[in-house]
Ligand binder design. Structure first.
Ligand code: SF4
Ligand code: SF4
Length: 436
C-alpha cells in the first residue's frame, strides 16, 4: 500500500515530456565555469593558479572547514581565470574558469579500488575527497551527513520520491543506473554498520520498481517502500515520518531520531567515487518546460554554462518568461544563461509567457488552504502577516524556522500571495540577528 504524510499539494506532475527519454551525454563545453562554493557550508579556496594546466578530476579548490566540499576540474585544460562571476544564487562568487583542451586527460588519483577491504573511516575520507554533496538540491556535503550520523543512525532511507513537477533525472537514473545506486546503498550500509536500507519511491515511477528489484537481486536487506505521489513527499522530514513513523522535532536533525536520508544519485556518486575513484564532476539534469523545444535528460559536466543545455535541447521555441534552476516549487529564477550547472542542479526549466506570467497578488481571504497544505503543521497565513509587518519574534514563535520552503502553501493560495518568499526573508533576518 502506498503511504503519505499530512498536508502537501498535488501540482500537475508534468513529467511526460522527459520521463521516457533516455539520458543523453552532453558534449563537454569549450569553457567550464566552476564556482568555489557549490555546497552548503564554507566556501573553498582555489588551490590552482592562473595559467596552470589541470587534469580531468584534479582537485582545484578546497577548505579546511568541517562543513565544506572540494571542487574538481571537470575537463582537462588551462586555468584562464580565477575571478568573481555570477553564481546561480544571484551573487558574485570566486569562480575558476578552465579552457578545455579536449584531451580528457585523467588525473592520476582516479583509479578503481577494491572497496570491500576499506574501513568506514577510509570510505568517509574518499567521499569527502570526491567532493560529493546531496544531489537532491540542498547540496549538503555527504561526508558531513555521514560523520554526524555515525553511532546515531539506525534507519537508512534512500530518497527516490522525486516529487517536484517536471523533474525526471532521478527516475531515469533508476532506470539506467540502478546497479550504481544499489552499489552506493551497500557502501553506506557498511559505513553506518546497518543491515537494512529502505528506498522510498513514488508510485508514479512504476517502471523503475522492477529495475530496482533486479539490481537488488535476491537480497533481503534493501527494501522498496512505495509512496503516494504528493508534494513534498521527498522532503527529509516527511519521508522519515512516512517510512519510520518517527517525527523529527522542531530544530532537530534526522540523525537525532536515528535516520539518515540520501538521494538516489548521491548513492550513485558514492559508488563511483569509492569503486572507480571518480570525484563529483557530472550530474544528470532535466531540461524542460513550455519554452523548451525538445525537453531532455542530459548528463552534464558540472560547470557547463546553461546556454549549452538550452542549445542541446533545440533552443527556446519561444522567448521564455522565466528560467528556473530546479523545479517549479523550489527552483531559483535565473537571469543569465552564462551561469553554470552546479552540484545541486537537478533541472533547468524554461516557461513561456502563458505559464510563467506574473500573477497579481490580492489580499488573504482566510480560506485556510495554506494551513491544510503545510506539511510542517505551520499556519502560513499568520506567518505571512507577521513576516510582512516585520514582527520577527512572532514569526519565530509561530515556527518560521521550521518552514522547509517547499512552496506547497504558495501553490494552494488562491490570493497568489508570495508566502514562501516572505518566509525566506523572515528566516534570513532572524538568523542574521542571531549571528549579530
Ligand atoms: S509554510 Fe513553509 S513548510 Fe509550510 S507549506 Fe509553506 S513553504 Fe512549505
Ligand atoms: S491560502 Fe492564501 S488566501 Fe487562503 S488563508 Fe492562506 S494566505 Fe490566505
Amino acid at each position: 500500500m502506498a503511504n503519505t504524510f499530512r498536508g502537501g499539494a498535488h501540482p500537475d506532475a508534468q513529467k511526460n515530456a522527459t520521463s521516457h527519454k533516455p539520458i543523453e551525454e552532453l558534449k563537454a563545453a569549450g569553457i567550464v565555469v566552476l564556482p568555489v562554493s557549490m555546497h552548503t557550508g564554507a566556501t573553498c579556496d582555489p588551490i590552482v593558479k592562473l595559467g596552470d594546466i589541470v587534469d580531468l578530476g584534479q582537485k582545484i579548490a578546497d577548505s579546511s572547514a568541517f562543513i565544506s566540499a572540494p571542487v574538481h576540474a571537470t575537463v582537462s585544460g588551462k586555468i584562464i581565470a580565477i575571478e568573481p562571476r555570477l553564481h546561480p544564487n544571484g551573487l558574485k562568487t570566486t569562480t575558476i574558469v578552465i579552457q578545455n583542451d579536449y584531451e580528457d586527460r585523467l588525473h592520476p588519483s582516479i583509479k578503481p579500488r577494491d572497496y570491500e577491504h576499506l574501513t568506514g573511516d577510509e570510505l568517509i575520507g574518499i567521499i569527502r575527497e570526491a567532493g560529493i554533496v546531496g544531489h537532491g538540491g540542498a547540496a549538503f556535503p555527504t561526508h558531513v551527513k555521514i560523520k554526524s550520523g555515525i553511532g546515531k543512525v539506525n534507519s537508512l532511507i534512500i530518497n527516490a520520491a522525486e516529487c517536484e513537477p517536471y523533474i525526471t533525472s532521478d527516475h531515469r537514473i533508476l532506470l539506467e543506473h540502478a546497479d550504481e545506486v544499489v552499489g552506493g546503498i551497500t557502501i553506506l550500509m557498511k559505513i553506518f554498520g546497518l543491515n537494512e536500507a529502505t528506498i522510498g519511491i513514488e508510485t508514479n515511477k512504476q517502471d523503475a520498481i522492477p529495475v530496482l528489484k533486479e539490481a537488488i537481486g535476491g537480497r533481503q536487506d534493501i527494501k522498496i517502500f512505495p509512496l503516494k505521489p504528493k508534494y513534498p513527499q521527498g522532503a527529509e522530514k516527511q519521508l522519515i515520518s512516512v517510512i519510520t513513523g518517527r517525527e523529527v522535532p522542531s530544530g532537530a536533525l534526522p540523525a537525532d531520531v536515528g535516520a539518515a536520508v540520501f538521494n538516489v544519485d548521491t548513492c550513485g556518486a558514492v559508488y563511483r567515487a569509492v569503486s572507480q575513484g571518480i570525484p563529483m564532476m557530472r550530474r544528470v539534469v532535466t531540461v524542460s518546460g513550455s519554452a523548451i523545444a525538445n525537453p531532455k535528460n542530459l548528463d552534464v559536466r558540472i560547470g557547463t554554462p546553461l546556454e549549452k543545455l538550452i542549445e542541446a535541447t533545440g533552443g527556446f521555441k519561444e522567448e521564455p518568461n522565466k528560467v528556473l534552476m530546479g523545479g517549479p516549487m523550489m527552483g531559483v529564477a535565473q537571469f543569465s544563461l552564462e551561469v553554470p550547472v552546479i552540484k545541486g542542479t537537478n533541472a533547468i526549466l524554461a516557461f513561456s509567457d502563458e505559464e510563467g506570467k506574473h500573477i497579481r497578488s490580492t489580499s488573504c481571504i482566510r480560506c485556510g488552504k495554506c494551513v491544510n497544505a503545510c506539511p510542517m503543521n505551520l499556519v502560513p497565513t499568520y506567518l505571512y502577516l507577521y513576516s510582512e509587518n516585520e514582527k520577527l519574534e512572532e514569526c519565530e514563535r509561530y515556527g518560521v524556522l521550521d518552514c522547509i520552503e517547499c512552496g506547497a502553501c504558495n501553490y494552494e493560495c488562491p490570493a497568489r500571495l508570495y508566502l514562501v518568499q516572505s518566509f525566506r526573508m523572515a528566516k534570513q533576518r532572524i538568523l542574521e540577528a542571531r549571528r549579530k
